[in-house]
Design a protein around this ligand. Structure first.
Ligand code: 13P
Ligand code: SF4
Length: 321
């Protein structure tokens, strides 16, 4: 079976029910909490204790009293949970599910880049490796980036990485120059106004909503721009009934649940692809979720020196947002 264009060996209904029951049993026995991002497949979202955006999931990982955190997301998310919880067991269904945006910013190259601007405040998007976090002063997510940048004194230079689209969006919104690392998310950067415009013309009256990881040419036409939870709140509360959604289509599952009478159309990527999928997020299957709990691996452990260095800017983010 395919989910938004990605092959997925989805179990049949009976097998699925059985897997869910086994996961529920293990969850109790292990005193585990299951966290899942909105871009994961519906079956995984259904079994999670908390489904959220990056900030909500980091907060949940920080405040939980569970013994085990099972993180259905991409690697930097599990890694962040582990940085916040050195005494807990952090498991991921698939630790090879990385985020290409995070991986587009190698620490050695970033150090050279940073050295060109001594004295600059380094703000890194949470979609970054532990090494990049350790090189940063403050971490941000798409839901608090604006609030965090606003708190930096005007006379300070800011380095922002690794996402150039989110950085550019904040720069334009706050009319404040920042030095940007030129990374991008392949899922969001793939959207173009040329293609989306056709959908906007087709669905007259629909609102275009977009994640700030999209390019400027898309954002400048959007009726609303926000993080995944921002987009969800907007569609739930808006008087409008039809939305073209320029982000990863996994989020449509929660959008439809929260506003069943409304229509959600994934923004098309190109003429042949009606959406843009994060293949890495879709690696989190129900089977792998069960298996990681049963085998207690893959476990995410961050070396203590690196953990301490990466923790500081994450805590700073949590204080500032
Ligand atoms: P959110 O924090 O908006 O959920 O974004 C996560 C992400 O990976 C977007 O591509
Ligand atoms: Fe990374 Fe983009 Fe996937 Fe988000 S959608 S996890 S930024 S590749």
């Amino acid at each position: 079976m395919t989910v938004f264009g990605v092959e997925n060996d989805m179990p049949g209904n009976e097998q699925k029910k059985d897997l869910v029951e086994r996961i529920e049993r293990l969850r109790k026995e292990m005193r585990a909490i299951i966290l899942a991002h909105y871009y994961t497949i519906p079956e995984v979202q259904d079994v999670a204790d908390i489904v959220g955006d990056s900030l909500a999931l980091a907060r949940a990982a920080e405040s939980t009293d569970a013994d085990v955190i099972v993180f259905a997301g991409v690697y930097f998310m599990g890694e962040t949970a582990s940085i916040l919880n050195p005494d807990k067991v952090v498991l991921m269904p698939d630790d090879r599910a990385g985020c290409p945006l995070a991986d587009s910013c190698p620490a050695d190259e970033f150090r050279v880049f940073k050295a060109e601007y001594p004295g600059a405040v380094v703000i890194s998007y949470i979609n970054s490796t532990a090494e990049i976090k350790a090189e940063s002063d403050i971490i941000c997510t798409s839901s608090n980036a604006e609030r965090i940048v606003r708190q930096i004194p005007e006379d300070k230079e800011i380095i922002f990485g690794p996402d150039r689209n989110l950085g550019g969006y904040i720069m334009r919104k706050l009319e404040r120059k920042m030095i940007l690392w030129q990374g991008y998310c392949y899922v969001h950067d793939a959207f173009s106004w040329d293609v989306i415009r056709k959908a906007v013309e087709k669905y007259q009256g629909a609102e275009l909503i977009a994640h700030p990881e999209c390019r400027e040419e898309v954002l400048e036409h959007a009726d609303f721009i926000g993080s995944t939870s921002g987009l969800l709140n907007y569609t739930e509360n808006s008087k409008n009934r039809v939305f073209i959604v320029a982000t990863e289509p996994g989020i449509l599952y929660e959008m439809r649940k929260r506003a069943p009478g409304k229509t959600f159309i994934p923004a098309p990527k190109d003429a042949s692809q009606p959406w843009s999928t994060c293949t890495q997020m879709k690696q989190n299957t129900l089977e792998k979720l069960y298996e990681c709990m049963e085998k207690r691996r893959p476990r995410i452990i961050v070396e203590e020196g690196l953990r301490q260095a990466a923790l500081r800017p994450i805590l700073r983010m949590l204080e500032m947002s």
